[in-house]
Write a protein that binds this ligand. Structure first.
Ligand code: 5RP
Length: 250
């Protein structure tokens, strides 16, 4: 069936409605405040920084708002997406190119999931490739998250985004199915790099390093939303009781 359809996002074609992904549920009201608190704590750590990298998403949006107010403490920022670049400019922060800055002093970003070893799933905002480049190019990586992003293990319920060049979408999807995953094409969506995204559920992630490398080695895959090599140096987690925990990796 996969061959016949070219690309088969299994849940879409299943006659069994039980296999359809659950519709997204609204996060509880405390989550936004927890995100903001984590972002504000990260702002207090922007010290001795020339250039920093900035991630993408609703948590980093709070960070960007604050960056504009402490702009004299650094020289400029490299954005992980066009959306972040535009928010940085609105906040009055000089936006620079990574090719001009060299390595960065600091990278601040959110995540969709993290485990006790600080291995991450990222990319639900679609910026995974530039995010991984910036995290890798930075001396320090601070993750800002709310408590809902903490998981005992990766892969239980959070899909893994995989950026693919459109030419290779079907062949990559079939390869992922062979690896145990269920890919779904992110509809009507192109990344800032002009590529498509497969959101993959069900991958065996007991060894995230192995899976990150296995997915990266498929021809046509641009980047994978598993961050198991460049993990954060510090995780700031906003909680439902409106504290910020500074977590250490196990
Ligand atoms: C974007 C990302 C985001 O960091 C991730 O999706 C978390 O977003 P949010 O802060 O909105 O929960 O990886 O590509």
């Amino acid at each position: 069936m996969i061959q016949a359809l070219g690309f088969c996002p299994a849940p879409f074609f299943s006659a069994n409605r039980d296999l359809l992904p659950m519709p997204p549920t609204r996060p509880p009201a405390w989550v936004e405040k927890a995100k903001r608190l984590a972002a504000e704590t990260a702002l207090s750590l922007v010290q001795s920084v020339h250039y920093l990298g900035v991630g993408t998403g609703s948590t980093t949006r709070y960070f960007i708002e604050g960056l504009g107010k402490i702009q004299e403490q650094f020289d400029g920022a490299v954005a992980s997406s066009e959306q972040t670049a535009s928010l940085l400019r609105q906040a009055g922060v000089p936006v620079l190119e990574l090719n001009d800055t060299g390595d960065l002093d600091l990278y601040v970003d959110g995540a969709d999931a993290f485990d006790p070893h600080f291995r991450l799933i990222k990319g639900h905002g679609g910026a995974l490739t530039r995010e991984k480049i910036l995290a890798t190019a930075s001396r320090r990586f601070i993750l800002i998250v709310d408590e809902t992003k903490r998981f005992a293990r990766l892969g239980d319920s959070v899909s893994v985004p995989v950026e693919v060049i459109p030419f290779a979408r079907s062949t990559v999807a079939r390869q992922i199915v062979r690896m145990g995953g269920t890919p779904t094409l992110r509809e009507r969506y192109l990344t800032d790099n002009g590529n498509q995204v497969l959101d993959v559920l069900g991958l065996p992630l007991s060894d995230p390093v192995q899976m990150e490398h296995a997915l990266q080695s498929i021809p046509g895959v641009v980047e994978v939303g598993i961050f198991s090599e460049r993990i954060p140096d510090l995780v700031l987690m906003g909680t439902s009781s409106f504290t910020v925990e500074r977590l250490k990796a196990v």
